[in-house]
Design a protein around this ligand. Sequence first.
Ligand SMILES: *Cc1c(COP(=O)(O)O)cnc(C)c1O
Length: 464
Amino acid sequence: MTAHSNVYPTKALQDLDAAHHWHPFSDMKSLNAEGTRIITSADGVWLRDSEGKKILDGMAGLWCVQVGHGRTEIADAVHKQMVELSYYNTFFKTTHPPAVALSEKLASLAPAHINRVFYCSSGSEANDTVFRMVRTYWDKLGKPDKKGIIGRWNGYHGSTLAGTSLGGMKAMHAQGDLPIPGVYHIDQPYWFGEGHEMDPDEFGIFTARKLEQAIDEIGEDKIAAFIAEPVQGAGGVIIPPDSYWPEIRRILKERDILFVSDEVICGFGRMGEWFGSGYYGMEPDLMPIAKGLTSGYLPMGGVMVSDRVAEGLMLAGGEFYHGYTYSGHPACAAAALANLEIIEREGLVGRVKNDIGPYLKERWLKLAGHPLVGEARMTGLLGALELVPNKTNPHKPFRDAGTAGTLCRDISFENGMVMRAVRDSMIISPPLVLTHEEADLLVKTVEKTLDDTFQVLKQDGLLG
Ligand SMILES: *Cc1c(COP(=O)(O)O)cnc(C)c1O
């Protein structure tokens, strides 16, 4: 069986999947009863399922397929690398050409004060690396009490122990008795959901100052770092008010703690810049990366390390006892290099900033006129629609949170497009190669999906 010649009947695959495959972030009891959808091949922004149905991939896989599906150029680069050197470690005074070339490439794309990268295989591992790195940094500087890390409620930093702890998903914390001690959370800059009683900019300042209050309450001498996504992705594409990041910048400037910009979604062109922190004029000390680094062709993540942190960690010498068997894996590095080459050659970062980004945004924001939509927002190629039961009172949520979102997501799939639901907001993050025609089709499909969802909710008496 190959990707494009699936010979198994859908039902047989679903039954085997239900019997043996435990899915991430899934209610396995209800999923097994319902049956999974089987994706068999993909090209550009299009997926194909085992029934032959074509589906527009509005989520770029899982926020990662920047260059679109089916790029043989990346497959060829990986094949060539695997034939030459499929694997060697980077632990014991050894390296290999793809790891060297990728490191140099990433350093050239990062801001001037960031020149090194530590490799791993995912965004979660990147944040576990961050966790140990920031604490070790302050130990090295002779400040062993600076161990606290501040994250944000509803932030997402992965699902390993440190990733879950740094993130602010309460339902995740409840499974495994997390967070790890010494991790604190402050409020998120989610104006539509939590701040509408204030003017957006006033709310941006108000939530930014939660950082100042937290540092001052706990004590600057006890805080190692603040970690945040430039735009919260998995939390529901929370685009902060314009006043937010400049105020955070002021607070960080006045206090001696490290700033970690989680670039796992916002990096590699998603926001029309190479990194989301660049979009907001921030200067991070550490940048976890993954997803768009390889466009998902192979798993790879990393932590981009500033000169300040690198020099601190090297103080007085000594080993940083941390690494993964697959740190800098040659085939993954080859995939990343081929992916970055495509992003550069096709000018995809500039395209998001000046072409497809504004083009889609103009059309997406008009969806705010739909009776089911309380707010439409978009930056770069990250968009959200807030579904509401009654537009005349838009900040009043649905009684049973998540029902409308899940319904809308399922209808979207039926209508031939992947849109993700976060509670009752609908999220898109399409590949950066989306054409104007595909963008038009995307918006048209969303309109139909909103109409269909509205009808069902009305019939079921869930509006008003
Ligand atoms: C997806 C994500 C992660 C975790 O990455 P994995 O590769 O799934 O481990 C971390 N941070 C952010 C911002 C993410 O979106």
